[in-house]
Structure formats: structure tokens, C-alpha cells
Design a protein around this ligand. Sequence first.
Ligand SMILES: [Zn+2]
Length: 620
Amino acid sequence: MAGRASLIAVVTTVGLAVPGLAVTLPAVAAAHPHHCSAGAHTLSPPGASVYPETGNGGYTSMHTLVHLVYDAFTNTFLPGNSVSLTDRAVQCLSSFSLDFERKSGNKRAGPDMTVQSVTVDGQPASFTFVQPTYPGDPNGQDDPNPAAHEASQTDPVGGPQHNPLPPACSPELTSSSPNSLNGTQCPANKLVITPARPIREDSVFTVTVSYTGKPGVHNDGDGTTEGWFRAPDGSFVTTEPVATEDWMPLNDFPAAKPTYTFSDTVNAGKTVIANGELVSVTHHKANSLFPHGSVTWNWRSSAPIASYLVEDSVGNYHLTQRTADNGVTFYQAQDTTIKAKQQKKNLAVMQLQQNITEFESQFNGTYPFTSDGIVIGTPSVSFDEEMQTMIAFAGGQIDPDTLYHENMHQWWGDNVTEAGYNLTFYKEGLATLAEFLFSARQAEAKAGGPYSTKGQAAFQAALVAIFNAIYGSGKKFWTGAPSNPEPFTLFNGDFTYARPGIAYIALRQILGHGNFTQALQQAQRIYGGRSITEAEFEAVFHRWLPVNSAACQTRLSQFFTEWFDTPYPQGGGKNRPQLTGPGLAGPGFYGHGGCSSAAAQPGPSTAAHSPRITLPRSEG
Ligand SMILES: [Zn+2]
């Protein structure tokens, strides 16, 4: 919250050219009957230190029209390129902000873009770029103290000046040294827009940002890059967690989920791959921007999309589509510069997607979107990503294990999105569980298949073996709490993947396989299309605990604290979660602390064959 702004009825902003040091002067208080103020320049709560600079308050994001005018040969957004974001004000707004990284510290492949103009409901609006301020700064988000605008991996900032304040942004690392940029100034990536007149609370407004130049990549807090990668005569977009702002201005926060329309005009012969469903393709004659003609690709997603899951790759993609018997449209796209032999191998894996989706539906419930798809690009990006309904595979290849992982994200991360970066483990753990389930499914197939007793036993035995092997980890495996990550380890630590992954195996044993599946499906029903907090997520599992006694509920709370929220000293053994589950290594769950149940012993069935049980409590 901006403490200062809320005390002032109307503010007039001057000195806009100085990043982070905009001076606000109170105007005549009686000039406006309502209390209007600047929207918050972050959606992160006070104390947040993982990408605290992202997101924008004072409004909710409803719909975004992406209107790229893109020359794929020169990798340039041309005149006419714009995005239009339709939002609803949740307060009277004198100004509001977006996230947009026009230039990054990446000199080789970073963006170089310029904002041409900004309008609000068609009326010209003034704009400037300011630095973020650490969330909760009592001096307000235009705090004149430079220390309030510093980058850091850690909280407090520290750095050469021993800054005792929290970080205002995560560092854009240019090396593998996590703390190398602690104490440096955050870049001015907050695009602050001041409309001609304040925007009334509850009103719906559309802001259009016209911009040109070269999109690019962002140096991430873990030293990798993400964003708009250069592909042969085009691009390949994979952006988690924050680099969508390196190709378009937006409300760059996972829980901000507008619906999307894409209307991209590109060189004739190029293909646009985006989220949702392909609506139309229109060819145009040559003009001054496109001397050899152009083509407009229209895609639409009526399902809301989190900030890091927006796909918009342009290039030499060969796109096919097919509607399955269950009505879901499957898209497949590969860069045509991938060698023919590899394309054939890739195709064989892509053809598994419907079957994988049906398998994962047995746990998660009905597939949440009207389409699903895969795009395989050529850049050797350091990660593949679960772009909503259009999973992005890098490096010219795809493998089944990763497809199980990314496809699982369509439910976890995509449909039900983490409320903040600290909850990344929740969805990565479930996607890791999908890899375990794939492994178990292979064991099941070898032993006789899902309809045989031996097959089902093999499925269960495989999951138990995975749990036991990983639970035996020592060294530093247990030293980080999954819910308290640093940017540097967010996407490469056991804390985010394997530890929560096996926590879900334990949870499945504690709840019983049928109840575990019911809990997952209930979370999808309640939070689908929205985001979920850690407390909300855990509450769903509490509802499905088969023994609803105070002692067992307390124990389940303790289980979540141990597995998700507790860092342990090195070594494993006593230094790891002490609650596991029936049939697993470790002390188990029932039979201690007043929590016992003979009825709670789960059988060996897979989710596919679990009996449906009635809802223990009403939903909602
Ligand atoms: Zn993942």
C-alpha cells in the first residue's frame, strides 16, 4: 500500500523524467470529491522478496488484445504494434502501472523497445518509467531514498552499502554468482500511466500501449535467460517467471489472469503460435511495412491466462490441428528447420498428448481447456515451459517424461495458478508427481496393465519405491523450505521439485487414493480459472482427511509445515520431515499423537479404479 498517496485527495505528478524519483505535490484538495490515488506498483505483499517488483494494483486485469506487427526477418515490432489491456478499477485511480522491460541488462539478446504512445479509453495519457520500491515501504512507492529501490537475492538487501531494507526487485544476474548484484539499483521497468482524468472505482477501462523495436530476453534471478528468443527468421517465446514484459507491457504477476485475443500481423509465409484456439488466418497484399505481403493470425483464449504462460511465437512453424473425440482440439507445431528425422521422432512423442491428458484426467478431473498443444522451437533455452494450451519445447526436441510434467501443469499452474512466486513449489511438485506417475504407469504396463491386480500392485510399488529412495536423501536436500525460496534456486532446487513431489505421494497414502483424487478435483472445481494460496490449497486436503478428528487434522497441519515450510539442517535422518504416510519409509502418519484409524489404510488401487465417495463437507 502507498501510505502517502492515500492521504492526498488528488496528486499531480511532475518531474516524471527521473526514474524512481518522481516528485508528487498535493493539488487543491477540494478539486475532486473522491479519494483518488495511484495504484500500487506491485502485487507482492510487504515482506516479499522473490520478484517483488512485479504486478500492479488498483485494478484487476480482465482481457488483453495482443496486436503484434512483427517483421520476423529483422525481429522488429513495426509501427502499429500495440497491446490493449482492459481492466476494472478497484479504487479511484489517479495513475496506474504496468510492467515493461524495454531494455535489459542482456546486451546480446535483450530487448530494445520504445513506447510510442499510450491511450486510456482512446484518450491520450501521459506515461513515464519508474523504478519499483520494496513492497510495504512506509514512505510510499516514490520514496526519495535510493536504498528503497535496490535489487537483491536476499532480504535484507545487504550489498556493499549494507542496506538494511528489503529488496525492491530480484537481480537480473549476468553471472552465476547469486549475490553479485545485491545493492544495485533496480531498472525502471514500471510503466506508470496517468490518464487525463482519474478513473472511477469499479469502472472498466482499456489502456492501449503502442510500441516498436526489438523484443528480447531477461536475465533471470537464477542466472538463466527467458523471454522472446530469436529463432531462424522469427521467435520462440518461453518466459517463466517474469519475462513476458520483455516483449509486451502487462500486469506481470501470476495471479493476474486476463483472457486473451491475439491478432498478429507478420511476414507472408510465417506462422504465429499462440494460446487458445486459432480463429482465422488472413492474407494481405504487399505494403510499405511488408513489401512481400503479410498475414494476420487470430488466436483466442476465453480461459484466463497467467502472466508467464502467454505464448506468441512467430516463425517457420508447421502447424497442424485435430479435434479429438472428446472435443478437445490438439495443436502440434514444429520449426521446419528441425531435421526431418528428428521431426519424425518429435511427432511420435507429440502424438501421446491426448493419451497423457486422459491419464492425468484420472487424477485431476476433466481437462480444463478447449484445446491443448505443443510447439517445438529451435533455440537452446534452458527450460521447457507449460505455456497454457501450447506447451513450449526448446532445443528442437521433446521427450515423454517432460511432456507428462508440462501437461500436468495445464491443471496445476495454468488453470489453478499459484497466488505468488513463493508457491511455485505447489505446482512444480504436482508436475513432478506426474513424472512419478508416468514411471509407475510404465511399471504397471509391464506387470499386466491397469486392469490387472499385478499391474495395479506394480503401479503402487513403483510410487512407494520412488518415495523411499528420495526420502532417503541426505546432504543439503532438506535445507530449504519450499515455500520460502530465493530467486536463485526457485527453478533448479530439490525444494521446488522433488521434495514437494514426494510429499504428494505421502499425502496420497494419508488420505487414501480415492480421497486424494477427490481433493485434487475439488481444488480444480473451486479454484479453476483463478489462483490459490497455500492455505487454501492445504484446506482442500484437510476436507478429505478420512479421519476427521482434531488430532488427525492437527497432524495434517504439522505434515504440511514439515514438508512445505521447514528448512532442516544438513544430513537427512532426523533432519527431515518426520511425518510420512502409511506404507512408506519413515514413521508414517497414523497411530501417534492421538491420531489413529484402522479405516484409513489405503488400498493399492490406482486413481482410475478408486471408488467415488461422497463429499465430506459442502464445497465453496
Ligand atoms: Zn514445471
